[in-house]
Structure formats: C-alpha cells, structure tokens
Design a protein around this ligand. Structure first.
Ligand SMILES: Cc1cc2nc3c(=O)[nH]c(=O)nc-3n(C[C@H](O)[C@H](O)[C@H](O)COP(=O)(O)O)c2cc1C
Length: 172
C-alpha cells in the first residue's frame, strides 16, 4: 500500500471538505492530509503519489496559503512523481478565471518533471476562460463548483476518484 499525500488549501472550508471526501473514497490509512498552511517543502519528498487541491480567489489568484507557499513550490522537483489536481471555483461570477489556480499549480508540476493524472472534461461547465484548460475541452484536474453546482459534487468526486485509482494507479 503506497501512501498518498493530499495537500490542500482552503479559505472558507470548501476545498477541505472535498479533500476529506476524496480521502474517504480511497482510504483513511493511505491518504495523508496536509493543510498548505502547515506544509513544508520537505513534506513533498515523502510521497511519489500526490493530490493537490486548492480554490481560486480574487480574479484568478491562488488560495491564500498556496499563494504564500508558491515561491517555495516552484523549487520542488516533481520528477518521478505522479500528481492529480482538483480545484474549486465559481464558474458564473468568475467565469474568466474559473479554477485558474489548478492551471497555475499544474504548470509548475509539469515544468518540474511531474506526470499529471486525473484530467477532467469541461463538459457541463459554463465558464468562459480558465488557466486550468490547457487543452481545449479538458481541465488539468477535477473542477468543483460548490457555489452553483453543489448537487453534482458527490457524483463528480466519486467518478474522479475511480479515474485516478486507475491512472495513478492506486494499489489498495
Ligand atoms: C471574493 C471572491 C473571489 C473569488 N474569485 C474566484 C476566481 O477568481 N475564480 C474562481 O473560479 N472562483 C473564485 N471564487 C470562488 C471560490 O473559489 C469558491 O467559493 C470556493 O468554493 C472557495 O473554496 P475555499 O473555501 O476552499 O477557499 C471567489 C470567491 C470570492 C468570495
């Protein structure tokens, strides 16, 4: 059983709630939750399989703890690591910046040698622009909109977790 590091940052608790849901669908013993408020660069070296979660704030800015950590994050070597991303946002009010944080963080992972799994179709979302949509029609990670589509969250999380279990792969 390989341990998985789930690093998340959350301003009002929504991303934290999704992190807990994801952990409960894999295994509490296998998934270690690390709040970015407490994270250190060395923590990332502990895991070859990593899940990163964050919300986006203030027209495309990283969630505050991710923002504080970002200069250090850019120095992390992700070679040999497999990374899945999930992001929270509001596709209507912030339609030009929907889950931009996933794109900002994901680009660093790719630049620093990581492999990204858990890409997610943009079907069913009504945003205009997103830095997370590197390839047209595909987000770099799971997109969750608790502000407008909370009724779809459980199904999205369940489907995404099944997807990453195969793509990592996660050995239970
Ligand atoms: C002032 C403000 C700015 C926001 N800016 C963005 C944004 O630029 N892009 C986006 O997708 N969502 C944006 N949101 C929506 C939040 O990301 C969303 O509510 C999210 O669920 C918050 O998650 P958290 O509680 O884990 O921080 C914003 C929300 C507020 C209140």
């Amino acid at each position: 059983m390989k341990k998985i590091g789930l690093f998340y940052g959350s301003d009002t608790g929504n991303t934290e709630e999704i992190a807990l849901k994801i952990r409960s669908k894999i295994s509490k013993e296998q998934v270690y939750l690390i709040d970015m408020y407490d994270a250190k660069v060395e923590d990332f070296a502990e895991y070859d399989q990593i899940i990163l979660g964050l919300s986006t704030w203030h027209d495309g800015q990283l969630q505050s703890d991710w923002d504080t950590f970002f200069d250090q994050f850019k120095k992390i070597d992700f070679s040999g690591k497999t990374v899945a991303l999930f992001g929270l946002g509001d596709q209507f009010v912030y339609c030009d910046y929907f889950i931009d944080g996933v794109g900002i963080i994901g680009e660093v992972v790719l630049k620093n040698g990581g492999t990204i799994v858990g890409k997610w179709s943009t079907e069913g979302y009504e945003h205009t622009e997103s830095k997370a949509e590197l390839d047209k029609g595909t987000f770099l990670g799971l997109a969750i909109d608790e502000d407008n589509q909370f009724d779809q969250t459980d199904d999205r999380v369940a489907a995404w977790v099944e997807q990453i279990k195969k793509e990592f792969p996660i050995e239970l």
